[in-house]
Design a protein. Structure first.
Ligand code: C5P
Length: 401
């Protein structure tokens, strides 16, 4: 099932590196070609000979190796694959990835690659829970780096907790999904994300505080399950999630047109904070501040509701239309009414009151409202909310099959 797929496996320095030897075998059994980079730390735990024997080829260790560079340059090595897998990914390598350091072959390849990356972290529980590691993980997740594990359990030093590298079968499943063979393989999905901006004149506009982090994380999570994702994004300061086709728009009208152009789609997730109003008296030339003149009057007109339009799109209607409700009070009650009013199937409701930290933050507390009822999810990183939602979407499509 991985026939002909080319994996670049980076093995960094942790005791879990022994599992990566088995991972090489299992990947090759499934038809994948595996090239390996072994870091200096990794070579303390497994030998280059074991790695190259199992991989059926040479193992790459040095960045300034003349022999390696003559055979394949390090930039080509980083790109000549379908997926980069980092297993184990140590706290140090995660930090280097998050910070963009390139001081050895592994970190240089990770900085130079334009391929999707899947990491399997492995470390001591205190290193895992350290705010520095958690911040690095959030940075990497926001960039669309996929992750499998770690799991909780006994650790090498006699301690117990989160930090054990995912088991080989779990990594294989994640590799398969990352390569498009996942639960949503072949399913067309559209996601709206970010704010829309509505111009007042050529230099001024009305905007809102949406960062796009949740919507982009959802697009990444759906793509990680193999979906064909069209992400329609308003202006955001985020990297494009890997594996998604990104359509950049500014206004609500452009977002609606792009969403309709992305149909047919089996699923629509409308996470964008679409401006409710646009400026009706847009001025084609910059409005001038004349001395003594009153401030200009800006008149507003209602924008189209993208979620409601998609939910009423007749034969083109996505089988599952998911909306968001950002509320500051009576969150669930208002969201339930919104689900009915918009004609969508699910609503993900969240509290965006000042102090909730939702807008622009890294985590979110949401409620999932479906026709069956309301689920209260715990406070979770946005990437985890995204993964859970993607799982629920996959399960819903599987049931409806
Ligand atoms: O009405 P409200 O803005 O609270 O609804 C939020 C939900 O509706 C979100 O899913 C948002 O993406 C969607 N929406 C939309 N088009 C609009 C306004 C909201 O798709 N014009």
């Amino acid at each position: 099932m991985l026939d002909g797929r080319r994996i670049l496996l980076i093995i960094s320095g942790g005791i879990a590196a022994y599992k990566s030897l088995d991972l090489i075998r299992r990947l090759r059994e499934r038809g994948a070609e595996v090239r390996c980079i072994l870091t200096a730390g990794g070579a303390q735990f497994v030998t280059p000979l074991a790695v190259s024997t199992l991989a059926g080829g040479r193992v790459f260790q040095e960045i300034f190796s003349l022999t390696d560079e003559a055979e394949i340059g390090h930039i080509t090595l980083a790109r000549d694959c379908d997926l980069v897998v980092v297993a184990p990914a140590t706290a140090n390598l995660l930090a280097k990835m998050a910070g963009g350091l390139a001081d050895d072959l592994a970190s240089t390849a990770l900085l130079a690659t334009d391929r999707p990356i899947l990491m399997a972290p492995a470390m001591n529980v205190r290193m895992w829970t350290h705010p520095a590691t958690q911040a690095n993980l959030a940075t990497l997740a926001a960039r669309g780096v996929r992750r499998v594990g770690p799991n909780a359990g006994p650790l090498a030093e006699g301690e117990s907790g989160m930090g054990r590298m995912a088991e080989v079968p779990e990594i294989l499943e994640a590799v398969t999904a990352a390569l498009g063979g996942g639960r949503l393989a072949g399913r067309r999905v559209l996601v709206t994300s970010g704010p829309t901006i509505e111009p007042i004149d050529p230099v001024r506009f009305i905007a809102n505080r949406s960062s796009g982090k949740q919507g982009h994380a959802i697009a990444a999570a759906l793509a990680a399950l193999g979906a064909e994702v069209t992400l329609i994004s308003g202006p955001v300061h985020l990297a494009d999630p890997p594996g998604c086709r990104v359509v950049r728009v500014e206004t609500a009208a452009e977002m609606l047109a792009a969403a309709q152009a992305a149909l047919p789609a089996e699923v629509a997730v409308c996470a964008a904070a679409v401006a409710d109003w646009r400026v009706e008296n847009y001025a084609a030339a910059k409005r001038k501040k004349e001395p003594g003149a009153p401030p200009p009057v800006i008149s507003l007109a209602a924008n189209p509701d993208i979620l409601a339009t998609l939910s009423a799109a007749g034969p083109q209607r996505p089988r599952l239309a998911v909306g968001f409700a950002a509320e500051t009070e009576n969150v669930v009650e208002h969201a339930a009414a919104k689900r009915v009013r918009k004609g969508c199937d699910w609503i993900v409701a969240n509290d965006v009151s000042p102090g909730s930290g939702t807008f622009g933050g890294e985590s979110n507390t949401v409620h999932l409202l479906t026709a069956e009822g309301t689920e209260d999810w715990p406070h979770l990183p946005k990437a985890e909310v995204a993964r859970r939602l993607a799982d629920r979407i996959a399960a819903a499509l599987e049931t409806a099959r």
